[in-house]
Design a protein around this ligand. Structure first.
Ligand SMILES: C[S@@+](CC[C@H](N)C(=O)[O-])C[C@H]1O[C@@H](n2cnc3c(N)ncnc32)[C@H](O)[C@@H]1O
Length: 586
């Protein structure tokens, strides 16, 4: 009977899971690129040398990442037209997302805000959105086309699409017509942390370091954290798909950097913030940086953290140097910050103070290599070069890149399926468990923590960084820790004695009744039942059969719950985006 229940559940789970974040690879998973191999082959004599020696070597012997290797091209209307033609072919083949990406690329190439190519690119995007039934986004793009020199000769077509969009929305065909379930915080929040439940603190636990601990109990379904990333980065392959500042996809409806061909933003606000915090130091060298960081986004996070901090210190390098040198890694607790009156500089200072264990693995050498190469690229940027004049200043820049690159490997919670990176002040305190009591759902730089098993006072609040006791064998989990996570897991599920006792106890527990699983499946398959209802039911189900924990059938239900939470959150984000688009065109 138990086997049948397992099989039914497994089928059920498989049928309902489309986009599980399989995040067994975490933090340090980027491939060593050709340059790193070559560098380490040639510099065996330099093993564990100082990063300044790596820098001297790179500056003298390469890798030289210059225009001949990775040119940063100028805007070009002819190229914009060519790329748009490719987009048009994809559009005709109904490959809508691929067409949008090509139109975005074409928009990036368009030579300035008055280029007709820009207007045509936006108009073509509006056609894709119209066909996709995203009428608000179609209107946003029609508006952009009108503002950017869309040719008068083509205007009647655009105006007719505009009228059609409005008719569709008035006729109730908007996709935002059905608001979805929201995962808002549903417990009392902390006065100083409006995005976090009251009764959560940071404590240092031997072996774990900083840990998130409950000072009150929480129930299944409690949404206890809803945090926005302090800093984000996208991998190079998403440059025409996602916002370079906040990482959001925004239905691929992006606007270009007015100066370069490599960066897009979801709106004017992100463009301005992105330029101020990061892009003014990268505009014109993005392709060189992309060439080095390849398919990853984590490597961009170290330099980004530096420039972000530099801004927060009011571009005052001496003030930043003086603070950083006095406060390097002396210990940081983001739970001491008053976020109701958010001060990003204070948050940055805490980030700078966080202590983390020294890593003498091969990653330290890689981090040094990348710090040296990235330094050699940034220092050629006119603005960056003008900031660092003395040897002390240059060394400070180099060592900061290294320090922040290292800590990103420690603080980033995991790699999502798109390989974007996000730094969260509070959530990064959360330790891992292979048998977590919360689900962490993340979508483009917003993270929620939802309780999936009851939490008592003094319990650690834990998430899974990837390995899960109900999905992965002990050996699979161990190789995850050895190969990518790089720590020895101290969670209960990895305690062999405890695990044996838990398994023995679980075999005596009653299974979740099969006919109840069938009823649940039926309701889940019924499209007439709202997501809110499905969510309530699933939560009731999980609570009712909590006695069966940690039996496998129950754990599979937990997994379904985690997946449903993620999908619900993604829908919530999309719904909010559609609402924002609708406001823009109202
Ligand atoms: C994102 S940080 C979590 C916060 C961290 N404990 C701190 O002191 O800032 C990830 C690091 O915490 C530690 N850690 C997290 N989960 C752990 C576990 N289950 N067992 C041992 N160490 C763990 C590891 O050092 C890991 O690299």
């Amino acid at each position: 009977m138990e086997m049948i229940a397992d099989m039914v559940l497994a089928c059920y789970v498989a049928a309902h899971i489309e986009a599980v974040v399989e995040a067994v690879t975490v933090a340090h998973s980027e491939p060593i690129d050709q340059y790193a191999w070559e560098f380490f082959r040639r510099t065996k004599h330099m093993r564990f040398a100082d990063v300044a020696d790596y820098r001297s070597y790179v500056i003298k012997h390469g890798p030289f990442v210059n225009d001949s290797v990775a040119p940063d091209p100028a805007k070009n209307d002819r190229k914009a037209a060519e790329v748009r033609q490719v987009g048009n072919r994809l559009y005709l083949e109904k490959q809508y997302i691929a067409a949008l990406v090509k139109y975005n690329e074409s928009i990036c190439w368009a030579d300035g805000p008055d280029s007709e190519q820009l207007g045509i690119g936006y108009a073509n995007r509006s056609a894709v959105f119209y066909d996709l039934g995203e009428y608000e986004y179609s209107l946003v793009n029609i508006d952009l086309a009108k503002k950017h020199n869309y040719p008068q000769r083509l205007m009647p077509k655009l105006l007719s699409r505009e009228a059609n969009c409005k008719d569709k929305i008035a006729g109730g065909h908007s996709r935002r017509a059905k608001p979805c379930h929201k995962l808002d915080i549903n417990v009392e929040t902390d006065a100083k942390r409006p995005f976090c439940a009251a009764g959560i603190a940071q404590k240092v636990i031997p072996g774990y370091g900083r840990s998130m601990v409950a000072e009150r109990s929480f129930n299944i379904g409690d949404v206890i954290l809803s945090e926005k990333a302090m800093l984000s980065a996208i991998p190079p392959e998403l440059k025409f798909k996602n916002c370079n500042y906040c990482s959001a996809e925004n239905f691929n409806s992006l606007i270009p950097c007015p100066k370069c061909v490599s960066v897009m933003y979801c709106d004017q606000e992100c463009l301005e913030k992105g330029f101020q915090y990061i892009h003014r130091f990268e505009c014109g060298i993005c392709e060189k940086l992309n060439h080095v960081t390849q398919g990853t986004s984590r490597l961009n996070m170290g330099p980004r953290a530096f420039f972000y901090g530099f801004n927060l210190f009011g571009d005052n390098l001496n003030a930043m140097m003086s603070f950083c040198k006095r406060n390097g890694r002396t210990g940081g607790d983001p739970f001491t910050i008053d976020y109701s009156n958010r001060d990003p500089l204070e948050e940055f200072k805490i980030f700078h103070k966080i202590q983390f264990p020294a890593d003498d693995s091969e990653y330290e050498e890689l981090n040094q290599f990348y710090a040296a190469v990235l330094y050699s690229i940034y220092i050629k940027h006119p603005l960056v070069r003008s900031m660092f004049r003395t040897k002390t200043q240059k060394d400070f820049f180099l060592r900061s890149i290294l320090d922040y690159t290292r800590i990103m490997g420690f603080l980033l919670l995991g790699v999502n399926e798109l390989n974007t990176s996000h730094l969260y002040s509070l959530a990064s305190v959360c330790n891992h468990s292979c048998d977590p009591n919360t689900a962490f759902v993340e979508h483009f730089g917003v993270l929620k923590l939802i309780v999936i098993r009851p939490i008592s006072i003094d319990d650690q609040i834990v998430v899974s960084y990837g390995p899960l006791v109900w999905k992965h064998s002990a050996a699979e989990r161990q190789s995850s820790f050895d190969d990518t996570l790089k720590f020895d897991c101290l969670c209960d599920a990895c305690d062999v004695g405890k695990m044996q006792r838990m398994k023995a106890a679980a075999s005596k527990l009653p299974a979740v009744p099969l006919h109840h699983i069938f009823s649940l499946m039926k309701i889940f398959e019924d499209s007439a039942v709202s997501d809110t209802k499905k969510m309530t039911m699933l939560q009731q189900f999980i609570k009712r059969y909590a006695y069966a924990y940690p039996r496998k059938d129950y754990s599979l239900l937990l997994d379904t719950y985690r997946d449903f939470l993620l999908r619900t959150f993604v829908k919530e984000v999309l719904d909010r985006l559609r609402a924002t688009a609708a406001e823009q065109v109202a």
